[in-house]
Design a protein around this ligand. Structure first.
Ligand code: CUA
Length: 162
């Protein structure tokens, strides 16, 4: 093999992966965003973090049915509980969590469902998820929020359709 050909092959060995890797990453991003529905939770607004209890919808935390098979959960996190701490919806429901914190930084993650957001004082988080499988799903705070952080949890009960 001529010397020039070897150099050319080395160049090719670098150039091809440097094209293939970004193309592969872009494909993975597209598949997860549109196929698996993975996305960043949106910021649904700002509120005065000192007046959460007086500000709608957090003055009445709980589960509200907004349409057939659609629910909204107005949720607050505070040391070291969620309000409401228990959410009940029928299987097949689409549930939108509208959530904020009453004090420090908390988190909300629901293993087994596509819910993973931070609860920041003064900021409203909005996450929509569909619950098809009946069962019990934990709501867990996954941002360290003080001495009893590990006890901060709640549950979502997805009831089977009768
Ligand atoms: Cu709230 Cu950790």
């Amino acid at each position: 093999m001529k010397k020039g050909t070897t150099v050319y092959l080395y160049e090719l060995a670098w150039i091809l992966p440097s094209i293939a890797i970004p193309v592969g990453m872009l494909a993975a991003l597209t598949v997860t965003a549109f196929g698996a529905g993975i996305h960043l939770p949106s910021v649904a607004g700002r509120i005065d973090s000192r007046k959460v209890a007086e500000t709608a919808p957090f003055d009445k935390p709980g589960v509200v049915q907004v349409a057939p098979d659609r629910y909204e959960v107005y949720l607050t996190g505070q040391i070291w509980t969620f309000t409401p701490s228990e959410v009940r919806v029928p299987a097949g429901s689409t549930v939108t969590f509208v959530a904020t914190s009453r004090d420090v930084v908390h988190g909300l993650i629901v293993p087994g469902a596509n819910v993973n957001t931070m609860l920041l004082p003064g900021q409203v988080a909005r996450v929509t998820v569909r619950f098809d499988r009946p069962g019990e799903y934990p709501m867990i705070c996954h941002e360290y929020c003080g001495i009893a952080h590990h006890t901060m949890s709640g549950k979502i009960i997805v009831e089977p359709r009768s």
